[in-house]
Write a protein that binds this ligand. Structure first.
Ligand code: FMN
Length: 203
């Protein structure tokens, strides 16, 4: 049975276009893999924890030498990493905020991309340990980034490709609901995005 990990980062709940797109992706994947289990990690409840000094120190302390406080400070990171390792498929719902990902997604990545656990550096360079996964990214934006003058200002897709690739997740597929801030486009943007999912061949 496939396990899907859905990362939610828009605080707009059911109104969110990235969530609508992410849900359509989950629907499509679940139809392909009946009985697929969906685990949700919602980053929007309160302020998602940033890496802090004590935690960083704990990351680099062997677990059998960690104090109780250090053990507690790595617990969330351990849990988030386990969720990623447990999943076969990741579905990431991401709004575009100031040309990039929401800070909650960056904070989540800072907890998940951990030396010695999800990647390492050796004489051959970086090596990601999170292999054999597929990831689907549902991006929403006010402007259009897939083509036209803003294309070069898109720091969502290139960044996610880089950081996921770094930990070993290289099979990434991007879907966009875009132009939500442009009246001439916003009326049909969601329908167009949903159609792109419908027509997509899952492999
Ligand atoms: C804080 C903030 C920053 C935003 N920055 C951008 C931006 O740089 N480029 C853009 O095209 N849209 C931007 N938007 C618009 C959102 O990407 C757009 O409304 C999107 O639909 C939000 O995602 P959601 O519907 O999943 O919540 C921004 C919205 C907010 C709230």
């Amino acid at each position: 049975m496939k396990k899907i990990l859905n990362i939610i980062s828009s605080p707009r709940g059911e109104m969110s276009f990235s969530n609508k797109l992410g849900n359509a992706l989950i629907g499509k994947i679940s139809a392909e893999y009946p009985g697929a289990e969906v685990m949700v990690r919602d980053l929007t409840h309160g302020i998602f924890p940033h890496v802090h000094a004590g935690q960083l120190e704990a990351f680099f302390t062997p677990s059998d030498q960690q104090t109780d406080l250090q053990k507690a400070s790595v617990r969330l990171s351990d849990e988030l990493i386990q969720e990623v390792f447990d999943a076969d498929i990741l579905v990431l719902n991401v709004p575009t905020y100031n040309f990039s990902i929401p800070s909650s997604v960056k904070a989540w990545l800072d907890q998940v991309v951990r030396a010695g656990i999800t990647f390492k550096f050796d004489e051959n360079g970086p090596k990601g340990f999170v292999t054999g996964k597929k990831a689907y990214v549902a991006i929403s934006s006010g402007a259009v980034f897939s083509e036209g003058p803003f294309k070069e200002n898109d720091f969502v897709e290139p960044y996610l490709k880089t950081v996921f690739g770094f930990i070993g997740i290289t099979d990434l597929n991007f879907f966009r609901v875009e132009g939500m801030g442009i009246p001439a486009l916003s009326e049909t943007a969601l329908e167009k995005a949903l159609q792109s999912i419908e027509q997509y061949q899952l492999i």
